[in-house]
Every structure is written in structure tokens, then in C-alpha cells.
Write a protein that binds this ligand. Structure first.
Ligand code: MSP
Length: 640
């Protein structure tokens, strides 16, 4: 059997739930996997989680749970998300898997035996966030960025990997394999780094417990990157080595393009064919990060559909470069390209084929220059798309396809098929128009299949094509093939998003909005901002907290979140608005005892003045839980 196309994503740290950055990496890999399958290849696509090391150890300690318990929770989030997004990996590898431990220890031993790993004492500055000792220059860089607090002085007995020995072999390999790292400008960065000189790499830690221990020396834990990178080896199916494509973010390129190939050279294994480094999704100019509180979770966008999110990722991000995310840009893209663009074109074309040709797309004989242009563009669609997609440029491939779809809109306007239909003398022209629209839509339904599998199938079906779009061979597709059966009724491909309403919903006073999969998973790790600065007691004591009892409650019209309540504070009754409709119905609130911030300045929400606030507990992903005083606490009691 021929070697499968072996494709990998990085394995994700389990110190946080997936955000759209992680989701993007995985979707890109999945699109490429599906594309290669449609090119007739057998594909092995591996993804998973990186569960050892200090980051995870610390995150678990902060939650008061074991690292493994944290990993299990976060893994559930990842696997649920990939299932929901129909990601087609063959294995979800975890670095805590037993077969992986064996591979890591065996390979470590192999390098110890060959002398590529040796023991020594190391003293230096260690970056906690990178989990690596840093050079003096790197330390200065971090200090200049105000990140000096991430550095600690460490001295430890350590095992080292003889990275310096591979400086020359790596440079030679780079010179002989000009496609080893994509895009080129990233490859140049890697080359410059190696040309700057490589020092041996500390490859074990005694300061952490959570990891795979060095064989026969278990006070040492194997460096998390050695452990993590080897997942690609553990997960490789029989006969799949070496990886054909390894997708990584630009931040982890050095690990993949320098350390990883050096490890493989030392192990006597073949190197991956290509490492593709993509850029970041930014918020404004900032990296998305939990501590900045600017993280966008995939579930927020998935309410518009899995296909839509995949399309947005592929269409808007040019692989290799950074891109700012905006919710508005996201909705504009989907409305323009899917609702108005493809959706509208498909519905119009199919309806016309039904109406004017009883559902069967006619044969095409171009009747004028415009027909010939459309036919030429149509025939070029698949080859153009394939040449870009083969280079992993789905941004460019989709752009080219959509230029043609927009051209077809103009073609309909110019040809005015509804007028042609009234005149028997225009029969050949109408045939050409309908036949070309049909052919281009049929090609489109296949080309979009790796990106939007559900929409592709729906379009394929409504064009009356038998079987599964995803199972067709892109390489053998014939643009001009005659229609085999009648078109079906057009199915709406994508409903227009009401942008104003969505933006308004975002602006409402923010209460946590639980989204289906997230709220359902009680196992989600906490999604909370960092602790606020310390305050003294006097500052706290200015807040007057009182026990209250809800006397009446009603939903606020036109608001999804707000409930208006009358609350008895013992000495007076107040109107208080709470953004709690996600967690409670008005009926179940009546009679509840609550804790009220009683000396808060009044504030108008949706035109109603609220005199106080109810205390509720939640993280950014859960519904609010009202804080309830014991039953026998009386309205008006002070809470302190
Ligand atoms: N565990 C390591 C990888 C080990 S691979 C042997 C790791 N994990 S990570 O969870 O921090 O990141 C995984 C991937 O997500 C990286 O490729 C990273 O670039 C990507 N992204 C994280 N944030 C991102 C954006 N904001 N935008 C796009 N991708 C980003 O690193």
C-alpha cells in the first residue's frame, strides 16, 4: 500500500479550553486533510493534547486538582469541539497515553546510548512561560518587554541534547530542501537563527514532577518539548513516516524547524517534508490571551454554523500572516459570500433550470463572446483552485472561486434569462446560460467540499448529483460533463445574519452567555479574569451588602438577559434589574432571598432604572448562580 499523506497539528496545552486560535490550526489541518482525500490520497491526520510540564502543573495547582484531572477536563472540551466541528483526525493523541510514554523513554535512552544526550550541571535564567532556559540576549529581550518577572535563576543537574552538533547538518539540510519550511520568509528566520549558532539544549528538569521521567533516573522529568514533539512519532501509523505536512503557529516554529529535525537526525529518522507556519488571529493588534481577557471562543461563532466558521477561517486568513478578528468582519464575510453570493446564485440558477428547462441543465454551445469567457473561466476553475490548494493556499483558492461566482451574477444580469425564455429564437443562448451556471455550480460544490462539507453536499444534492460530494475525485472532475439528472428544489445554503441585532446583543450589559456545548460541560475549567488588585478593608467596607427578598419578577421586553424585580430590603422596596434571564425564569425567582449591593448608584438599563444589584457567581462560560443567604436570614440583614 502506498504511504498515506501524514498530517499533524500541534498538540494543545491543557491549561485552557480551546479558543479560535487553536480552532483555526485544527480547521486548517482538517481542510487540507479533506482536500488530499478528494485528490485520491489516503490521509492520516493526527491531533491531540500536550499535557505535561510546568504550565499545566501550575494551572492544576491553582484549581486545587491534579494535573491529570485538569487534563481530562480540558481534553473533553477539545474532543467535544472536534466532534461538533466534524474534524477528521484518525487519533486524538494525549502525551499521558501509555504508548507515548514508552516511545519517549525509548528514544531518550537511544540518544543517551549514542552520546547525543549527556548529563551535566546547568545554571542560568529560566523562562517559566517558555519552559526553557534563556540566553543572555533572550533574557534582555524579555526584560525590555517588561516580562522580567517570568525569569527565575535556576541551577540544576540536567541532561543535555547535543544540539550544537546539528548546526551544520541542519543548515545543509535547509539548503537541500527549499520547501522544508513554509512560507519562505519564515524559513529565512529559521535559517538566520541556526546561522547565529546553536547551543546544547537542556532536556530534563528536576524542578517539576509532572512529566515522563528519565529512564532509570526518576528525579529527572523529560523536558516537555522533547516529550511533546515525539507525539508525532508515537501517533504515526505503520508505514506513514515521515510526516508530509506539519502545521504549526509561528510562535512554535523554532521548536519544529530546529529542535525537532535535530532530534530526528540524532535518532536516524527521516525528517518531515514540510512544516507550515501560520500567523495569529489577533484582537486589534494584540495576541489573544486569557489574561488579557480578549479571547474569542469557537462556540460564540459556531451558532452561525460549522461550515460558516470554517469558511471564514480559510477565506479571511492568508496562511503565514496575522489577521485581526472582528465580529463585524466575520458577519460581513458570511453575508456577502455565503448568503448573498453563493446562496443567492445557487437558488436563482436552480430555480431557472427548473422553470425553463424542466430541471435538466442543457448542453452548452457558447453563442457569443460572453458565453465563451464564462466557459473558459469555468474550465479553469478546478485547475486554478487545485494549484493553490496544493500549496495550502485556501485563501487564494477561495478568492479565485468567488471572483468567478461574482462574474456569474453579472452574467445573469446581462443575459436576462427571464427575457430569453419568452423568445423561442433565444433558445440556444438560454441553454448556454443555464448550462454554464449549472456547470460552474457543480464545480463549486466539489471545490468547497473540503472547507464546507455540509453546504457542499447540500448544493451537490440540489444539482441532482448522486452520491457524496466528498467522495468525488477532484483530479478527475470534468467541467463540461453533461447533467446526469434533474436538479432538485434549491435548498437555502446560508441564511443572512441580522448584523445589527447581533451587534446589539453584544452591547447589552454583559452577563455571561453560556453557549450550548460549553454550558453543558460542567467539566469546563474556569474561565475567569485574573484576580483584581488588593484593596484595604476600608475600601471593601464601603460596599453595603444586604439580604433582600424578591417580591415580583418579570422579563424586560426586547432583552434576552434582563429581569426586572421588586426586592424587599426590610426597610424599603426597590426596583432592581438583573442580567440573569439565562439562569432563571421570573416565576422561579419570586420569594428567593438574595444578597443585594444596596448602596450602588442607580443605573438605567433598557430605559428602566435599577436601584442596586444582586450578587451572583459564575465564570465567563457558565450561567449566573444567585448567592442565597440562609432561609432564616431576614430582609435588611447586613452581609459582611
Ligand atoms: N503545546 C504546544 C505545542 C506542542 S506541539 C509538539 C503549544 N500549545 S498551544 O496550545 O499553546 O498552542 C497550539 C497552537 O495554537 C499553536 O500552533 C499556536 O500558534 C496556536 N495558536 C494559539 N493562539 C493563536 C492565535 N491567536 N491565532 C492562531 N493560532 C494560535 O504551543
Amino acid at each position: 500500500m502506498s504511504k498515506p499523506f501524514y498530517l499533524t497539528t500541534p498538540i494543545y496545552y491543557v491549561n485552557d479550553r480551546p479558543h479560535i486560535g487553536h480552532t483555526y490550526t485544527t480547521v486548517l489541518a482538517d481542510v487540507i486533510a479533506r482536500f488530499h482525500r478528494m485528490m485520491g490520497e489516503d490521509v492520516a491526520f493526527l491531533t491531540g493534547t500536550d499535557e505535561h510540564g510546568q504550565k499545566v502543573e501550575k494551572a492544576a495547582a491553582a484549581r486545587g486538582i491534579t494535573p491529570k484531572a485538569l487534563a481530562d477536563e480540558v481534553v473533553a472540551n477539545y474532543t467535544e469541539l472536534w466532534k461538533r466541528m466534524d474534524i477528521t483526525h484518525f487519533r486524538f493523541i494525549r502525551t499521558t497515553d501509555e504508548d507515548h510514554r514508552k516511545v519517549v523513554q525509548t528514544r531518550f535512552q537511544q540518544l543517551l546510548d549514542s552520546g547525543d544526550i549527556y548529563k551535566s550541571t546547568y545554571k542560568g535564567l529560566y523562562s517559566v512561560s517558555d519552559e526553557a532556559f534563556v540566553t543572555e540576549i533572550q533574557a534582555k529581550e524579555l526584560q525590555a518587554q517588561g516580562l522580567a518577572h517570568q525569569l527565575v535563576e535556576l541551577e540544576e543537574e540536567t541532561y543535555n541534547f547535543r544540539l550544537s552538533k546539528y548546526e551544520k547538518p541542519l543548515l545543509e539540510y535547509f539548503a537541500a530542501h527549499p520547501d522544508f519550511v513554509q512560507p519562505d520568509f519564515r524559513f529565512n528566520e529559521v535559517k538566520r537563527f541556526v546561522e547565529g549558532g546553536l547551543q546544547d539544549l537542556s532536556i530534563s528538569r528536576t524542578s517539576i514532577q509532572w512529566g515522563i521521567s528519565v529512564p532509570d533516573d526518576d528525579k529527572h522529568v523529560i523536558y516537555v518539548w522533547f516529550d511533546a514533539l515525539l507525539n508525532y512519532l508515537t501517533g504515526a501509523p505503520e508505514g506513514a513516516w515521515p510526516p508530509d505536512l506539519q502545521i504549526v503557529g509561528k510562535d512554535i516554529l523554532r521548536f519544529h524547524a530546529v529542535y525537532w529535525p535535530a532530534f530526528l537526525m540524532a535518532m536516524g529518522l527521516e525528517l518531515p517534508k514540510t512544516i507550515l507556519a501560520h500567523g495569529w488571529w489577533l484582537m486589534g493588534d494584540d495576541k489573544m490571551s486569557k489574561s488579557k481577557g480578549n479571547v474569542v471562543r469557537p462556540n460564540t461563532l459556531l451558532k452561525f454554523g460549522n461550515d460558516a466558521l470554517r469558511f471564514y477561517f480559510m477565506r479571511d486568513m492568508q496562511v503565514g500572516y496575522d489577521r485581526s478578528f472582528s465580529f463585524e468582519g466575520f458577519m460581513d464575510r458570511l453575508n456577502a459570500d455565503l448568503a448573498n453570493g453563493l446562496g443567492n446564485l445557487a437558488a436563482r440558477s436552480i430555480t431557472m433550470i427548473q422553470k425553463y428547462r424542466d430541471g435538466l441543465a442543457p448542453a452548452v454551445v457558447p453563442t457569443d463572446e460572453l458565453d465563451r469567457t464564462v466557459a473558459e473561466q469555468g474550465r479553469a476553475l478546478v485547475p486554478d483552485f487545485l494549484s493553490k490548494a496544493k500549496a495550502d493556499d485556501f485563501h487564494g483558492a477561495l478568492e479565485g472561486l468567488w471572483i468567478h461566482l461574482r462574474f456569474l451574477d453579472g452574467y445573469i444580469v446581462k443575459a436576462e434569462p427571464w427575457k430569453l425564455a419568452k423568445d423561442e429564437a433565444s433558445r440556444a443562448k438560454l441553454d448556454a446560460v443555464l448550462g454554464l451556471l449549472y456547470r460552474s455550480l457543480r464545480a463549486t460544490s466539489l471545490l468547497i467540499a473540503p472547507v464546507m462539507p455540509v453546504m457542499a453536499q447540500s448544493l451537490w444534492d440540489s444539482l441532482g448529483m448522486p452520491g457524496k460530494a466528498a467522495e468525488q475525485s477532484l483530479g478527475e472532475f470534468v467541467y463540461d460533463a453533461p447533467a446526469v439528472s434533474k436538479v432538485g428544489d434549491p435548498k437555502p445554503l446560508f441564511s443572512r445574519i441580522d448584523k445589527e441585532a447581533e451587534l446589539k446583543a453584544l452591547e447589552e450589559p454583559s452577563t455571561p452567555t453560556p453557549t450550548t456545548a460549553e454550558s453543558a460541560s460542567a467539566a469546563s475549567p474556569l474561565d475567569v479574569p485574573e484576580l483584581r488588585p488588593v484593596i484595604d478593608y476600608d475600601t471593601f467596607a464601603q460596599t453595603d451588602l444586604r439580604v433582600g427578598q424578591i417580591l415580583s419578577a418579570e422579563a424586560v421586553p426586547k432583552s434576552k438577559k434582563l429581569i426586572k424585580m421588586t426586592v424587599d430590603l426590610g426597610f424599603e422596596q426597590r426596583t432592581i434589574l438583573g442580567g440573569i434571564a439565562i439562569g432563571y425564569t421570573p416565576e422561579e425567582l419570586i420569594g428567593k432571598k438574595v444578597v443585594v449591593v444596596a448602596n450602588l448608584a442607580p443605573r438605567a438599563l433598557m430605559g428602566i432604572e435599577s436601584h442596586g444589584m444582586l450578587l451572583a457567581a459564575s465564570d465567563n462560560a457558565s450561567k449566573p448562580y444567585l448567592i442565597a443567604p440562609p432561609d432564616d436570614a431576614k430582609p435588611g440583614f447586613i452581609v459582611k
